[in-house]
Design a protein around this ligand. Sequence first.
Ligand SMILES: Nc1ncnc2c1ncn2[C@@H]1O[C@H](COP(=O)(O)OP(=O)(O)OP(=O)(O)O)[C@@H](O)[C@H]1O
Ligand SMILES: CC(=O)N[C@H]1[C@@H]2OC[C@@H](O2)[C@@H](O)[C@@H]1O[C@H](C)C(=O)O
Length: 365
Amino acid sequence: MSGTSLDGIDAALVAIGRDTPPELLGTTAVAMPDALHKQLLQLCHAQEVSFAELAAAEDAFCRLQAKAVNALLTAQQLSPEQVQAVGSHGQTVEHAPGGHTGGPAYTLQLDNPSLLAELTGCTVVADFRRRDLAAGGQAAPLAPAFHQALFGRQQGEQLILNLGGFANLTWLPSNAETPVTGFDTGPANVLLDAWFSKHKGGRFDQNGAWAASGRVDPGLLERLLEAPFFQQAPPRSTGRELFHLPWLEHHLAGNEAPCDVQATLAELTAISVARGIQQLPLTHQGITVITCGGGAHNADLMARLAAHLPLADFASPSTYGWPEDWIEAGAFAWLAHQRLHQLPGNVPTVTGARGPRVLGGIYAP
Ligand SMILES: Nc1ncnc2c1ncn2[C@@H]1O[C@H](COP(=O)(O)OP(=O)(O)OP(=O)(O)O)[C@@H](O)[C@H]1O
Ligand SMILES: CC(=O)N[C@H]1[C@@H]2OC[C@@H](O2)[C@@H](O)[C@@H]1O[C@H](C)C(=O)O
């Protein structure tokens, strides 16, 4: 798994049984080298791109994935034959489930599952999003089905929040008749990372310390919250094509202190997540929010969220044997398993697809 933050490849070894929740057996993270990070970031925002550039980025990305998989196999003393399959999400570089200017809907993940199969000797399952899109869905978020497999056996309703580059929610109601709900709430870390990198250098604002040193600019916050995405009803998903640095800069008056902008961006994430949660038909507001993704490590962001949701209780998925950084990688292992067993991977009430669909294609070793 590599998410929208472009911070690296997360490889998770997962045991999936029929009657037990998926179990995390081992993990390996490989950081994204600066050159590849820059290359992929440029592609995400490019107006024009050559096939050679696309191929070069995809190749480098795929080789990094293979490095992560092979390191995990070595660490776990496993041969490729002992692994049923590798689920490869690929790298999202553009996500346009509504199409652009009247064009067809698309979502683009750079990936080369054939090369990954060749470099690892494993069966690879890939291209998870496009079947949901073909069935009229948003192709995202896909994690809710996995959240259901992982947390759905607990008593009562469950709420899962992912704070990655973008934020998404999954609500598992206690009543099996009530449909599972899930949607993207907007940016989580993507703007925080971009603004931090521009003004301070480095990839991210450790623990949100810089944001915590600033003051929220209410005018700027109001202007940012006017983005049509925040008013959109689910099913909804988003990405870097809506929320990016030039979008932020367009809303600046020009005289803001950079740390105040950072504080405002953190507040934007917290408010948009809180509003998403407040829209859910929760049976009680004192719900436990299982929080995963890198943003769970950002103390400033978590404090802001707690301030907007005073009755909620924030918990780590570690309680269930899954530390916050491994849920998404686990989701794509589980989705690969679903594909191998011809089982659906999407939740139509989440993505808006016409029905359950078996997601992805299989690439033999
Ligand atoms: N200690 C920390 N303090 C502040 N922020 C952190 C910390 N650790 C991680 N992050 C944030 O989390 C981000 C990475 O999160 P994660 O790996 O969940 O994103 P992703 O999987 O790429 O995103 P997505 O879920 O959108 O695909 C970093 O870019 C950074 O902004
Ligand atoms: C198109 C795409 O890659 N979307 C990501 C992104 O990152 C978070 C959020 O936006 C979510 O919709 C999705 O990722 C997770 C893994 C998902 O599909 O559930």
